[in-house]
Design a protein around this ligand. Structure first.
Ligand code: AMP
Ligand code: ZN
Length: 467
């Protein structure tokens, strides 16, 4: 089936067709490296990771570019507050971002680059816009004139009456709901301290929107396939990127604009400014499994808001454990009769999984298909109607789709217990069956304290696992 994705530009689901045959060029607005990224930010990076993994799974070659905003109002202020040079300050938060992204098993984009390494490209873009009269200079900077770009507002569907040409916005803060001329280049003032570039258009530094146009076009060309971000970036950031880029080149900038919904806390967007944010770092310190965090952020469709709760995180942990237990169980299947149905079940499941993801990345439904398969196979294992090689095929299937899910399933190892532990479990079983619950409980406690083994009594006998 062909891949369909919701394009914010048309407000419709569209068939995905890259400009160049099987190669996908994709740009992702990266973090502003002035603090830890929070799990709301990572929700966005995780569905973008799902998107690139899905495209690769479908056989496309993906080139993803992500910028790191390492110069703007917030980074400058942060470095001044800490009394360290900007570069040192942003490097620290870049490293922390990459550490968290790695823990969440987010694949690295092919190009991951800081804005300050692209001042030359940004200046060239400003010069072009000045030359084409889309930009003008004032006493404090160079601005983009939105009244000159006739398509301004086409992404966010702004009405002409909402535009405020002539009104100017210098700040990088972008929560403002007004369409105004925006700063391409900000002339130095004392608040900037030591941060400036003397590059022939006036001592200063770039405005935030400029970097994404300059960097995306440098690595992906003037027209490319996909541009992604959280929904808050649609306006004015992406609107301004379109204006700058298309005004400069006269060509369509991006084919598919893909925006994801927010992670909320008690009904409000998780954000630094509201102070309601949680970092990956914080959760890892509380001993949460990063893969459970990934699962939580991954498993809701990207266009649905997701409310963060610790209960939801616990459910995600349970879901991941269920998959792990299932893989363990597959490893325990003994030889028996081959069951041809297993092959059919796998095929059917793969087809459904693909259908769901092809339909605007419906990961929630795709995962439901996988759980359905696990239930079916569990039933067959219960009835001993599956043999070792069938079980191996199911495991292989899970590892194949894990290229898309990124749950590190290949690392789930067959758990082993020592003969001593095995003996203790048997002794406890014996005690329990003979009604000696005191001894049974004692052994259970001993197993937990000494060997970190938890027992669970199920209708099919006792089950154990490491904690
Ligand atoms: P920023 O560092 O603020 O530019 O944000 C980096 C990315 O995270 C952008 O794509 C934002 O749209 C996204 N983002 C910010 N807050 C949230 C949130 N609460 N939920 C989901 N994505 C978010
Ligand atoms: Zn951007």
């Amino acid at each position: 089936m062909t891949f369909k994705i919701f394009n914010t530009m048309s407000r419709k689901k569209e068939i995905f067709q890259p400009l160049k045959d099987r190669e996908v060029r994709m740009y992702t607005c990266g973090p502003t490296v002035y603090d830890y990224a929070h799990i709301g930010n990572f929700r966005t990076y995780i569905w973008q990771d799902l998107l690139r993994r899905w495209l690769k799974f479908k056989g496309f070659k993906v080139k993803q570019v992500m910028n790191l905003t390492d110069v703007d109002d917030k980074t400058i202020k942060g470095s001044q507050n800490e009394g360290v040079p900007l570069q040192k300050f942003t490097q620290k938060y870049t490293d922390l971002f990459l550490e968290d992204a790695k823990a969440l098993n987010i694949e690295n984009p092919e190009v991951l680059v800081p804005a300050t390494k692209h001042i030359k490209e940004m200046v060239a873009l400003v010069k072009k816009l000045l030359q084409k009269k889309f930009a003008y200079e004032t006493e404090d900077g160079i601005y983009f004139d939105i009244s000159k770009f006739k398509d301004y507002g086409k992404l966010s569907k702004l009405k002409l009456s909402e535009l405020k040409p002539g009104a100017r916005i210098r700040s990088d803060l972008y929560e403002k709901e007004q369409a105004q001329d925006f700063a391409l280049w900000k002339f130095w003032d004392e608040n900037d301290g030591e941060v400036f570039w003397d590059v022939g258009i006036g001592r200063g530094r770039p405005g935030w929107h400029l970097e994404c146009s300059a960097m995306s076009m440098k690595y992906l060309g003037e027209s490319f396939d996909i541009h992604t971000g959280g929904i808050d970036l649609m306006f004015p950031h992406h609107e301004n990127e379109i204006a700058q880029s298309e005004a400069a080149t006269g060509k369509p900038f991006v084919t598919y604009w893909i925006h994801g919904e927010h992670l909320l806390v008690e009904g409000r967007k998780m954000s630094k400014s509201l102070g309601n944010f949680i970092t990956v770092h914080e959760l890892l310190e509380k001993d949460y499994d990063p893969i459970a965090i990934r699962y939580l952020l991954l498993s809701t469709h990207y266009k649905q808001q997701l409310n963060f709760t610790y209960l939801a995180l616990q459910s995600a942990k349970n879901a991941v454990e269920k998959i792990h237990d299932f893989i363990q169980r597959l490893g325990d299947v003994k030889s028996g009769k081959h069951n041809r149905d297993v092959e059919m079940l796998i095929k059917h499941s793969l087809m459904k999984f693909e259908d769901k993801l092809d339909d605007d990345l419906k990961i929630n439904e795709a995962l439901a298909e996988i759980f359905e398969l696990m239930n079916e196979i569990n039933r067959l294992i219960d009835k001993r109607e599956i043999n070792r090689s069938d079980a191996k095929n199911v495991r292989e299937f899970l590892l194949t789709i894990d290229k898309v899910l990124g749950l590190n399933l290949s690392k789930v190892k067959k758990e082993k217990i020592s003969p001593v532990v095995k003996k203790l479990i048997a002794q406890r079983e014996k005690a329990r069956k003979s009604g000696d619950f005191e001894t049974a409980d004692k052994i259970r406690e001993q197993l937990l304290e000494k060997y970190r083994i938890v027992l669970e009594d199920t209708p099919k006998g006792v089950k154990w696992k490491h904690v």
